[in-house]
Design a protein around this ligand. Structure first.
Ligand SMILES: Cc1ncc(COP(=O)(O)O)c(C=O)c1O
Length: 393
């Protein structure tokens, strides 16, 4: 009796604390403190030819101009978010879709077969931080004299062994706010000497949007760390922000949407993003993500065959892609336990003929994104794994 009471209390507290498992990393206030030591910024920040934007889609748009792709075909994977394709199209490029298999691997045979006289570039996406075979892609590209664009929107801080993703194509494209607790930010890095000009200097990020996103990430941190009280604070903050929007008609420029807005194409990254990024311990972020991925892999692989059964050296996983037969149901069941997940890429760009790529259609129908980010502890991962297992049954 005496021994049972405290441990049950601890268990209850743990459950309460875990009421909210956020899908994205949250903003720990210490990262804003001037007392926190600055570090060398993680690649591509600080790279010699990097231009930072409000989000990655702007970098995609400007890539078309840099590489002279307007009016030309760009070979793009059939498995994509949709907004990167919209950005290419808005800038005048013509997407031609290439098969991706059930394990999210670009089909190199289909890629080579689709190179033609109108092809201007090859566009590669590294899914969930896992590298595509860049040596083979580069071999196809160099035979045809084409530049390669590496989309690392889902692969910041990730590497293939010791080679940073985004450093092997002529151009690398990044998104910061999916991996780090920053309010906005994407980047275009020019790796090739042959690409002459840099992207145009972007305008500043709108302050209101930056502050709104940072405040959201701070209250998400409170909700994660403080349990019920933090969750209540987050709900109240959300209500207040909705009221302010209604009263003023002002809306922050949303990140993470699938609509491409030509009016936002010159917006840059906020100074706050750089301040936070310089205080993040990138090596610790990668180590935590790898540990968390391994923990889910170990616990879930028996239940559902994993898409990525290995975690190769250098990879920084963005999330754990869980295959579910009924993802809406699994998502709802996890949400009921306080676990946020992302319905990953249910729809692609309307120009992509869905019937032509059955494996991609299956991925769109089945992949649910489970969080493995750096905030989460091994205990959190055990909880996520247990809830996922139960939600699947
Ligand atoms: C592969 C890929 N590229 C580009 C983007 C665009 O990123 P952003 O929202 O930063 O514009 C996304 C967005 O999710 C993406 O998944």
């Amino acid at each position: 009796m005496t021994g049972a009471t405290p441990s049950r209390g601890v268990a209850v507290l743990e459950e309460r604390r875990r009421r909210f498992i956020p899908a994205l990393p949250t903003l720990w206030p210490g990262l804003l403190s001037p007392l926190t030591a600055e570090r060398p910024p993680p690649f591509p920040l600080g790279a010699p030819r990097v231009t930072c934007f409000y989000f990655a889609r702007n970098a995609v748009f400007h890539t078309v101009r840099l590489l002279g792709l307007a009016g030309r075909e760009v070979l793009v994977p059939a498995y994509h978010h949709g907004v990167e394709i919209a950005a290419l199209v808005a800038a005048g490029a013509v997407p031609r879709f290439v098969r991706v298999d059930a394990r999210m691997r670009l089909d190199l045979g289909d890629l080579a077969a689709k190179v033609g006289p109108r092809t201007g570039a090859i566009y590669v996406i590294h899914y969930a931080g896992f590298p595509q075979p860049m040596d083979e892609v580069r071999a196809v590209a160099s035979r045809a004299g084409l530049p390669v664009v590496e989309d690392c929107a889902l692969a910041l801080l990730s590497a293939d062994g010791t080679r940073a993703l985004g450093s092997m194509g002529e151009i690398g494209i990044f998104c910061f706010y999916k991996t780090l607790p920053v309010p906005n930010g994407g980047a275009l890095v020019v790796n090739a000497r042959g690409v002459a000009s840099a992207a145009p200097t972007p305008a500043g990020a709108p302050l209101g949007s930056t502050l709104a996103h940072a405040a959201g990430a701070l209250v998400a941190n409170a909700a994660y760390r403080l349990g019920e009280a933090g969750v209540a604070l987050r709900l109240a903050a959300r209500g207040a922000s909705r009221a302010v929007r209604r009263a003023t008609g002002l809306r922050p420029i949303s990140t993470g949407t699938s609509r491409f807005d030509l009016g936002a194409v010159h917006l840059g990254m906020s100074r706050l993003t750089e301040v936070i990024a310089r205080r993040v311990d990138a090596a610790a972020v990668v180590a935590a993500r790898r540990r968390n991925y391994f923990l889910l892999l170990g616990r879930l692989r028996e239940r559902v065959p994993p898409i990525f059964a290995e975690l190769p050296a250098g990879v920084s996983p963005l999330f754990y892609p869980l295959l579910c037969e009924d993802k809406a149901r699994v998502k709802a069941r996890l949400a009921a336990r306080g676990i946020e997940t992302v319905d990953f890429w249910r729809r692609g760009h309307p120009l992509c003929p869905t019937g032509a790529f059955p494996e991609v259609a299956a991925l769109r129908r089945r992949v649910l994104e489970l969080p493995v980010h750096q905030d989460l502890s091994p205990e959190d991962m055990a909880f996520v794994a247990r809830c996922a297992w139960e939600a699947l049954t």
